[in-house]
Design a protein around this ligand. Structure first.
Ligand SMILES: [Zn+2]
Length: 263
């Protein structure tokens, strides 16, 4: 009898560790994978050019890149007609809020708002995100604007001086690209399946600017812009990144828009 009993005892001990995980532990399959999950392209306005915003889902929270034209323009039947007929006549077919809502995201869910720069078609909806931390270059924040302050003093802000790894894991990095404005910045996003994408901001307005390394008009500093285009080319070569150009409507028309997304 003795050997058999010992055998049973050993078998019972061996079975214990296998049985343990079922005793009240959460199913591991439910856990969110750490890191960046997906990117949505939102329609943030239409004119001669398109205006895009980008919403990034990371396990640490939501990041919105640019906020587009003010949502109020969506309620104007003819859009915002410029005083100067040569300037862009902007329309907003959908509000930013309605596109977030479609994804089940409330403005108060947004952890970070990063803006490429502070022209009105990029910061038009900052007021929707009073709780979010603004990520902006110090030079841009302090740039005097003829139309008055672009940010409320109570808006939480991290004033950057150069590149910035937003989540500390290299998945989303602000790249300093001054020139279009004093503190212009671009965004390098490393998506798990799509790969690396560089969001241009207004460092270039259209593909033609980029292909010919032509610095756009309406520029704060031509030499800095030219240096930034080179910097972007270097980053893209190193990271094998695609360039997504904010105002290039032709490119946007070829892309998946929200609620579609890129992983
Ligand atoms: Zn601009």
């Amino acid at each position: 009898m003795q050997p058999i009993r010992r055998c049973l005892a050993v078998a019972a001990l061996a079975a214990l560790p296998l049985a343990t995980p079922s005793l009240g532990q959460p199913a591991p399959a439910q856990a969110t994978k750490p890191g960046i999950e997906r990117l949505y392209i939102l329609n943030c306005g239409e004119g001669v050019a398109g205006d895009s915003c980008y919403l990034i889902k990371h396990s640490q929270g939501w990041l919105l890149w640019d906020t587009g034209l003010a949502d109020a323009i969506a309620a104007m039947p003819e859009g915002q007609r410029p005083a100067d007929p040569r300037a862009t006549h902007w329309r907003r077919p959908k509000t930013l809020v309605s596109q977030l809502d479609e994804l089940g995201v409330k403005p108060s869910d947004i952890k970070y708002v990063a803006v490429s720069h502070t022209h009105p078609d990029h910061v038009g909806n900052m007021a929707l995100f009073p709780q979010a931390t603004l990520l902006v270059q110090k030079a841009e924040y302090e740039w005097p604007s003829p139309v008055g302050p672009r940010f409320k003093p109570e808006q939480p802000v991290t004033k950057l001086e150069g590149d910035h790894d937003v989540f500390g894991d290299g998945s989303v990095t602000i790249i300093s690209t001054p020139g279009h404005t004093p503190g212009h910045q671009s965004l390098l996003v490393k998506l798990p399946k799509t790969g690396a994408v560089l969001l241009s901001g207004d460092a270039v307005h259209f593909k033609d600017n980029w292909d010919n390394r032509r610095v756009p008009e309406n520029n704060d500093n031509q030499a800095k812009s030219a240096a930034s285009l080179q910097r972007m080319a270097d980053v893209m070569a190193k990271e094998k990144a695609q360039l997504w150009i904010n105002h290039d409507k032709a490119q946007r028309d070829s892309q998946k828009l929200s609620p579609g997304f890129y992983e």
